[in-house]
Design a protein. Structure first.
Length: 425
């Protein structure tokens, strides 16, 4: 088996940057990426035979840990019947019933193949339903890489310092209004300045792509009221937070009913998936019923559906959210204590199984304050953790994820490694 360095050298010849998704390239933390040859529970095993405790969890899907036996068995069973039919299949109906049960604001849902497809389709649907062209997004929020949303985006776009991608026509960008998160006055002003023109407001209700940022008390309620007052659709992008921070996602925690919700990650159990859903009167504007076209060869793929159904059923059976929050608090407290002992300013926002670490004295509440974090110091911290066998997201502008598989030895060991890494900074 080739080493990670050998594999990376080969990849660089054929794949841009040697990766199939930019954030994996380690460009902002330095060094070169390891290659994973297997994953089990909380652990990745690299092509170099190293075992790493994983806090990326394949960017969110692995809430039950990697290679979960129930999910694996469900995929194996589905596989016996074939990999793809191109017709409706029973799994799609079961998935739709589960999603609607978990997320009451979703009266109807359409499956697709990625979070990007989900948000891109939700935006098109909002525009088709309202017959308006403009949308509002928030600086640092990342909704995948569709043209209308790759404006002042987070995640890999922010990590690599170009949150506005080349290749997006100015005509598209003009229809996207970017506002600061947690700023009610900016939102109200945007609606006043664009009367009757805003089709929708899309946001990560808890941001996970500019590091982890939670809304000020009352902010999401204000956004809901403003959308209702101005006839714009409220779109919650819960691709990352859906089923992770509560069975019904952030909207359950905050008691807010968006008009549309975008989903992904956990509902695929690690296989390619996305979904968007919401008000039936809006969703019925989708083809073949209505004028808004949206489609996908592999949408509702039986293997992805079977994996996602098993994962959602496991969440319903285990209801692991208190356990996951205890793990998140254990990690947060370990990092806070180590930084306090060293006199190192740090912010560790955490909710349930999501967290991030900003080396800054400034409380982080939006894109601008997230940038006050010392990204270079984060890079040194990242590599000290990696050397100790702990893999954090390779960017100062990503969220970390925990799974139920982190309980016990993994979280204890990881906290000790992070504390030592901080002492050695
Ligand atoms: P995908 O197209 O990558 O499946 O989903 C896009 C997306 C949409 N909305 C939110 C809130 C998301 O977090 C994402 C994707 N998240 C990133 C991690 N920050 C995926 C990792 C990557 O790009 O490699």
């Amino acid at each position: 088996m080739n080493s990670s360095d050998q594999l990376f050298a080969r990849a660089l010849q054929l794949i841009p940057g040697g990766v199939n998704s930019p954030v994996r390239a380690f460009r902002s933390v330095g060094g070169t990426p390891f290659f994973t040859k297997s994953a089990q529970g909380a652990t990745l095993t690299t092509a170099d035979g190293r075992e790493l405790i994983d806090f990326v969890c394949t960017w969110g899907p692995a809430i039950h840990g990697h290679n979960n036996p129930s999910i694996k068995a469900a995929i194996a069973t589905a596989l016996e019947a074939g990999t793809s039919f191109g017709t409706p299949n029973p799994y799609e109906v079961e998935m739709a019933e589960l999603i609607v049960r978990f997320v009451p604001s979703i009266q109807k849902v359409r499956m697709c193949n990625s979070g990007t497809e989900a948000t891109m389709s939700a935006i098109r649907l909002a525009r088709g339903f309202t017959r308006r062209d403009k949308i509002i997004k928030f600086a640092g929020c990342y909704h995948g890489h569709s043209d209308s949303l790759l404006i002042k985006a987070g995640s890999g776009a922010l990590t690599h310092g170009h949150p506005d991608s080349a290749g997006v026509p100015a005509a598209f960008a003009r229809e996207t209004i970017v506002l600061p998160f947690n700023d009610t006055a900016a939102l109200d002003a945007a609606f006043v300045a664009n009367p009757g023109q805003i089709a929708g407001v899309i946001l990560e209700p808890y941001c996970g792509n500019v590091g982890f940022i939670m809304p000020d008390a009352g902010y999401l309620q204000h956004v809901r009221k403003a959308c209702t007052a101005h006839g714009a659709l409220l779109i919650f992008d819960e691709v990352m937070t859906g089923f992770r921070l509560a069975k019904g996602g952030v909207q359950e925690r905050e008691g807010i009913t968006p008009d549309l919700t975008c989903l992904g990650k956990i509902i695929g159990g690690g296989l390619p998936v996305g979904a968007f859903g919401g008000r039936a009167d809006v969703m019925d504007h989708l083809a073949p019923l209505g004028p808004v076209y949206q489609a996908g060869t592999l949408s509702g793929n039986p293997l992805a559906m079977a994996a996602g159904i098993a994962g959602l059923r496991l969440l319903e059976e285990l209801n692991p959210y208190a356990r996951l929050d205890a793990l998140g608090r254990q990690l947060r407290d370990a990092v806070l204590a180590a930084c306090a002992a060293k006199g190192l300013p740090v912010q560790v926002p955490q909710c349930g199984s999501m967290f991030s670490i900003f080396f800054t004295v400034t409380p982080v509440r939006d894109y601008a304050t997230a940038l006050t974090g010392d990204a270079k110091l984060f890079g040194r911290f990242f590599h000290a953790c990696l050397a100790g066998g702990v893999y954090l997201a390779p960017s100062a502008y990503e969220a970390g994820f925990l799974s139920t598989a982190h309980e016990g030895a993994a979280i204890d060991r990881a906290c000790a490694v992070m504390a030592r890494a901080i002492r050695e900074l």
